[in-house]
Ligand binder design. Structure first.
Ligand code: NAG
Ligand code: NAG
Ligand code: NAG
Length: 342
């Protein structure tokens, strides 16, 4: 064989080898699970460290099933400190002026998930199994309301909820939510300014613009059976139907709305499945008036979660868990956020 021919065979072999190696690499990387981006931090929000005793079973269940997770309770004074530090403009123009407790409670959730990442859950969320490994491969996820309920309450096919959310730190969607809150007029209703209607609208727009978006910047609306297998109290749903369609004139008359009609026929059904990770029980204790709240039995969170962390008391330690810092919230907010990510 000539030297030249030898060389050609050799290079052909080399090419083949490289092709095989490349193919193998591709198939391996496709099969490999995605890296876990969401840190193991469970955030909950309460006025003070004295939480309603009725929540105890739920708080304890999440602690018991996720013993390795850092647990942070965000009291009003912790939330204030963090927002002043990292979103001073938002603090001054919005947060400090919120008279509605729910607006305060909603807004801190998006801010902590942006800065720290982790998982947020309402205090009336009971855990059914550990968060890991089921949620390990998500970059960001939101709870979805039981669809019958969304239909009745909002006349929508689906609605996102902020009762359970998880996100990697620095996710631009969370920053987008803060921008939306910053722009909302002060007299706007809580659902539209900080709550589920704002969240759902933001998600719809995020999804619509998302065709060329990276997986790490995606947001997933979880199927309702993951966190919301339970349907809210039927009285509230009946009231919502009456408000929208009026009282049926007689027993035979049916509401036209699909969800309301189901309600007339024996009520809506819960949908627990083997995929259910946690249950949002809709206890609505946060809706009590100030006067009523005084009489509710409370328990010190330290008794339920011995390792609980507070931003005020464990400031230096918790600051190290902050993995993202916000770009200044000026004009062109969404664009700024995208640039900050690059
Ligand atoms: C807690 O974490 C350790 C190591 O980080 C691991 O070995 C252990 O299985 C974890 N326990 C639970 C209950 O997840
Ligand atoms: C219950 O959840 C599963 C999984 O999301 C879904 O396929 C099914 O349609 C749901 N059933 C009802 C009655 O809503
Ligand atoms: C809650 O318990 C902790 C730890 O025992 C204690 O330091 C704190 O003062 C208690 N808070 C209240 C409001 O009683």
């Amino acid at each position: 064989m000539s030297r030249r021919k030898n060389w050609r065979v050799l290079s052909l072999l080399l090419c083949l080898l490289m092709a095989v190696a490349l193919l193998h690499r591709c198939s391996v990387s496709r099969d490999r699970p995605r890296p876990r981006l969401i840190p193991r931090i469970l955030h909950q929000v309460g006025e003070s460290e004295l939480v309603f005793a009725e929540y105890s079973f739920a708080i304890e269940s999440c602690r018991r099933l996720n013993p390795n997770w850092t647990y942070i309770l965000w009291r009003d004074k912790d939330a204030e400190l963090l927002i002043k530090e990292f979103f001073p403009d938002f603090y001054r123009t919005q947060y400090a002026k919120y008279t509605n407790r729910l607006k305060k409670s909603d807004s801190i959730r998006y801010i902590i998930l942006y800065l720290f990442g982790g998982l947020y859950a309402d205090l009336d969320v009971e855990c059914m199994k550990p968060f890991s490994p089921d949620l390990d491969e998500e970059a960001c996820f939101l709870d979805q309301e039981n669809p019958a309920q969304s239909h009745i309450f909002w006349n929508k096919e689906r609605s996102a909820m902020n009762s359970v959310m998880g996100c990697r730190p620095g996710h631009p969607f969370m920053l987008d939510l803060v921008s939306r809150m910053a722009e909302s007029p002060s007299n706007q209703a809580v659902m539209l300014s900080t709550g589920p209607l704002m969240l759902t609208k933001a998600l719809d727009e995020w999804t619509a613009q998302g065709s060329q978006r990276d997986w790490a910047d995606s947001v997933r609306l979880m199927d309702p059976d993951i966190f919301s297998p339970h349907v809210d109290n039927a009285d509230i749903l009946m009231d919502a139907c009456r408000k929208r369609f009026g009282q049926p004139a007689n027993d035979g008359e049916l509401w036209v709305d699909r969800g309301c009609r189901d309600l007339q026929f024996g009520g809506l059904k819960d949908n627990f499945t083997e995929r259910t990770v946690a249950v949002h029980w809709f206890m609505h204790l946060g809706w009590y008036s100030l006067k009523e709240r005084e009489h509710i039995q409370r328990i010190n969170i330290s008794r339920l979660v011995p390792g609980v962390r507070f931003y005020r008391e464990h400031h230096a330690q918790l600051k190290q868990l902050i993995k993202a810092t916000p770009p200044a919230l000026g004009n062109n907010k969404i664009k700024d956020a995208d640039e900050a990510e690059q």
